[in-house]
Design a protein around this ligand. Structure first.
Ligand code: FE
Length: 190
């Protein structure tokens, strides 16, 4: 795929599946991902990390399981599905934080009790399916991951990107961020 085809596929996936409700939250998947990207921008993240925030739930746009699957006891492993598709085209600093964003939630639940207490009902429900809070060994392993800090930042943007009716820039606003995260932008090839 050329870079333009990758961008086209992403915009197409948002257009086709993005209006789906986001797992029991009062926003659509597109609204959620745009709000997460906006939170990253407002926190001063660089464009590559903004691209990671924008794409963090891309797996929900490309897999075929129903969006209420958490209520049916299925963990859809959307973070792996998203990373698997995206890593062909984007640098690790885009794909690794998003691959880790569920583990980052389990990590924060283990090391920050107030974080666990403040999870939204839908996020608390999916936590059980995702394995619950990290064990001590999992905490140590997570902290050794070179993308752990970015994953925790992404997780916090993810958590605030659920505000009903919040106005965000459109998807096209993030085109430069997406392009900055492409492997070709850094000559980094697989
Ligand atoms: Fe999310």
């Amino acid at each position: 795929m050329t870079d333009d085809e990758v961008i086209e596929a992403i915009f197409g996936a948002f257009a086709e599946r993005g209006s789906t409700a986001y797992l029991g939250e009062p926003v659509s998947l597109t609204e959620h991902m745009l709000q997460t990207a906006l939170a990253a921008e407002q926190d001063g993240a660089d464009p590559v990390l903004v691209a990671s925030a924008l794409l963090h739930d891309y797996g929900h746009l490309v897999h075929e399981l129903p969006e209420d699957s958490a209520e049916h006891g299925v963990d859809t492993l959307h973070e792996e599905a998203g990373a698997a598709w995206l890593e062909e085209h984007f640098v690790p600093r885009v794909t690794e934080p998003l691959r880790l964003h569920v583990l980052a939630k389990r990590y924060l639940c283990a090391v920050e009790p107030p974080y666990l207490a403040a999870l939204s009902p839908a996020s608390a429900l999916s936590l059980g399916l995702q394995g619950g809070p990290c064990t001590a060994d999992e905490v140590a392993a997570f902290e050794r991951n070179p993308f752990a800090d970015e994953a925790v930042r992404l997780r916090r943007w993810d958590d605030v990107g659920k505000i009903e009716g919040l106005v965000t820039p459109p998807l096209s606003h993030y085109l430069p961020a997406l392009r900055a995260g492409l492997r070709s932008a850094t000559r980094e090839r697989r």
